[in-house]
Design a protein around this ligand. Structure first.
Ligand code: HEG
Length: 141
């Protein structure tokens, strides 16, 4: 799991995104749908055009879940348990898609944070997002 250093790095950087976090969610989703069009199949009921109200509002939800995760780095499984059940039993999202979204979130974080998105921050977020993806995938088996 994440080292104590990685945990504090993630908490520090996430704090810095506070004022524009909701946009980060929507931009990551738009990037997901554009770069990996097959992901759109899970959202047939959404208006997927850039900046649509549905993308923005769903982006806020995704980012809020990530904020919960950042607060519970020692206990991700429990913190995201309901969300994990929802994705496995109701939404049935193929777990490969979690990696794709993680990639897009990383790119958007880099765009927002510029030089502050150092290789160390990148590495820590990669581990964090992989841990979130693992929890969201764990109920499929
Ligand atoms: Mg998921 C709903 C979080 C990846 C498809 N997703 C949700 C919700 C949250 C969430 C918080 C709302 C739950 C609720 O209403 O109670 N999603 C979330 C995270 C991540 C993720 C944190 C990964 C980091 N989701 C993900 C991926 C897909 C997907 C990769 C598909 C490509 N999510 C999905 C769909 C819904 C949610 C189809 C329902 C959307 C709706 O109809 O409003």
């Amino acid at each position: 799991m994440l080292t104590a250093e990685e945990q504090s790095l993630i908490q520090k950087v996430w704090e810095k995104t506070a004022s524009h976090r909701d946009e980060i969610g929507g931009e990551s989703l738009y990037r997901l749908f554009t770069s990996y069009p097959s992901t759109k199949t899970y959202f047939p009921h959404f208006d997927l055009s850039c900046g649509s109200e549905q993308i923005r509002s769903h982006g806020k939800k995704v980012v809020a879940a990530l904020s919960t995760a950042v607060k519970s780095l020692d206990n991700l499984s429990q913190a995201l348990s309901e969300l994990s059940s929802l994705h496995a039993y109701n939404l049935r999202v193929d777990p490969v898609n979690f990696k794709l979204l993680s990639q897009c979130i990383q790119v958007v974080l880099a765009l927002h944070l510029g030089k502050e998105y150092t290789p160390e921050v990148h590495a820590a977020f990669d581990k964090f997002l992989s841990a979130v993806a693992a929890v969201l995938s764990e109920k499929y088996r």
